[in-house]
Design a binder for this molecule. Sequence first.
Ligand SMILES: Cc1ncc(COP(=O)(O)O)c(C=O)c1O
Length: 428
Amino acid sequence: MKRPKFKPEAYIGGKALKPETLMMNYGYNPQWSEGAIKPPIFQTSTFVFKNAEDGEDFFKMAHGEKMSGPIRSPGLIYSRLNNPNLEIFEDRMTLWDEAEACAVFESGMAAITTVFFGFLNPGDVVLHSEPLYGGTDHLLNKVLAGYNIRSVGFRAGSSLHDIENIIRKENISENIKMIFIETPANPTNELVDMKACAEIARRFSTPEKKVSFCVDNTFLGPLWQHPLKHGADLVLYSATKYIGGHSDLVAGAVLGPGELIGRLKSLRMCFGNMASPLTCWLMTRSIETLKLRMTCQMKNARYVANFLRKHPKVKKVYYLGHIAPTDRQYNIYKDQCLSSGAMISFDIKGGKKEAFTFLNSLKLINLAVSLGGTESLVQHPGAMTHSGIAPQDRLRMGISDSMIRISVGLENPDDLILDIKQALDKVK
Ligand SMILES: Cc1ncc(COP(=O)(O)O)c(C=O)c1O
């Protein structure tokens, strides 16, 4: 894919500056706002046109019409279509994934839903990894089924050969329109081989029907994994998580080639599911510290995972940093992940009763769904985020009643371990 057209301030002496450097100023000129070093919140629904000709031109540009006169930059019209806070944040987001364009939504689910409605039609099949976040699973298997869009799952960790066998067995080769994956999988941390998925997408595309390959990169991105470099067409985020990073907002994002993102922005204009100026302003502030936060969380998670691995009341730890070189997933990990991230799941010895005793005994770590915030969060996927999936399907996907998921935050890791230890001591 083409590299984005970075703005001149992204370079010094022809050398590209790093994303973490550009998070502080890229795409915003203080002179636009009385010298304010940070962009103000443009808390406005509409924008005043200089004259009627401008208004007419801006609408033409918004509808994708070619301009007959000199090319001008698209002007601000109305905050459902465009707003400075939305545009500054979208521009900055493109830097991490080196994407051409970005579209921001009011939630991760709004981003995912818009991608499905933008690229699928009745009769199409979505081939997807399992497990997926419970909300995405529900959307695919319950809601889209009502629109005659079928979904067929394959277990995260499947080889190219395994996926081909499923396509053959389900007789879907003619109808595959999208491959949608989450890697690492939520909550099992199993990795999906992106190169294998890109190969399937390529093989089953025809001149009339392009198979889109979409990756939900919420767990590791945008710092530790860049799916567009591994053949994905679109990369998606629940920006509620690491990008927002403070558990005080809900948002989503999709990145990829300008043409595909343009299609999603047209739909967003109809659905009205763009992020608000305040949400974008909060996220623009948050991504200044994204690298700092994600790096600290990654380091903290390593301490916590190593402690859990040695604890006699823990049966199994699911953590990317523990994948052994002899494991089939190791090469995938080395190829596509830049770090082990900060998400850990583990099976406690016993079952739901023991898991609940542990959860109810924690004093510091919060019992709440979501992830990627500054504070550590813990939850029981079987009873919470993935409770909408039938119990037998959950088990098939590797989500047992003894599984607990932890999102590791910025606390001192010794304090986290102290809390986990005392809670495990309460489990009989
Ligand atoms: C991996 C993943 N994708 C998507 C979503 C949905 O995002 P949101 O809650 O921002 O709508 C979540 C939410 O937990 C998630 O964990």
